[in-house]
Ligand binder design. Structure first.
Ligand SMILES: [Zn+2]
Length: 233
């Protein structure tokens, strides 16, 4: 079932490891088939080096396992809340990559200091609000998803391919699992560069609106012109 999606999601999970974003089994990537309403996600606790596409777990939108012998990643409910809230996303990647997680732990949004950041994020990378004790004691993973949704509603959904969950780490997404993994890698790079920028000059200021808009909008705006036209060879 969903063999192509399984391969894509496996590849996205392995990409997070190749790019050094994953410690042990932390982190997970998933992808969704919107037509079938089914999600493919990494199994819980399986070492990446042993992971095969048949180990991935297929669930419906309520989290019920439809295919797979292993338990899905414990973060599945977070992924489901995001898929439900944002119909345009097709893949999600979560890691505890060190620089992005450090910003999340400091509960500081990552300022946009340059064009690498501006190419992907229209504004600082936002941080979710702290979760309440009730939210943590209750349906924790689902409430993590709700915290992300609230954060995006505040900052403008669709203008950021990732956020920092306060005291936890980054979640990134994209049109499919591969682009979610790509955005998780970019988010880590942006977090790292911002950290170094402030190390070199603690008074460094974010890029001006003009440069920020120029870079973001040439890739993502209504009149985007970066890259090749879709029908070009
Ligand atoms: Zn986590």
């Amino acid at each position: 079932m969903l063999q192509h999606l399984r391969e894509q999601v496996l590849e996205a999970n392995l990409e997070l490891v190749r790019k050094g974003l994953v410690l042990f089994t932390f982190g997970n990537a998933s992808g969704i088939s919107r037509e079938e309403g089914l999600v493919v996600i990494k199994p819980s606790g399986v070492p990446y080096e042993d992971m095969k596409s048949e180990h991935l777990v297929v669930t419906d939108m309520t989290g019920k396992v439809v295919e797979g012998k292993l338990r899905p990643s414990s973060d599945l409910p977070t992924h489901l809340v995001l898929y439900e809230a944002f119909p345009e996303i097709g893949g999600i990647a979560h890691t505890h990559s060190e620089y992005a997680t450090s910003w999340a732990q400091a509960r500081k949004p990552i300022p946009c200091f340059g064009t690498t950041h501006a190419d992907y994020f229209h504004g600082p990378v936002p941080v979710t609000s702290e979760m309440t004790d009730e939210e943590i004691a209750g349906d924790y993973e689902k409430n993590t998803g709700h915290a992300i949704v609230r954060c995006l509603q505040r900052h403008g959904a669709g203008t950021t391919p990732g956020v920092l969950v306060a005291n936890h780490g980054p979640f990134a997404w994209g049109k499919d699992a591969a682009s979610a993994a790509h955005n998780a890698v970019i988010l880590e790079a942006v977090a790292r560069m911002a950290y170094f920028t402030l190390g070199i000059n603690a008074a460094a200021q974010p890029v001006g609106r003009g440069l920020h808009d120029k870079h973001y909008l040439r890739k993502h705006g209504a009149a985007a012109y970066y890259g090749q036209p879709k029908d070009s060879k």
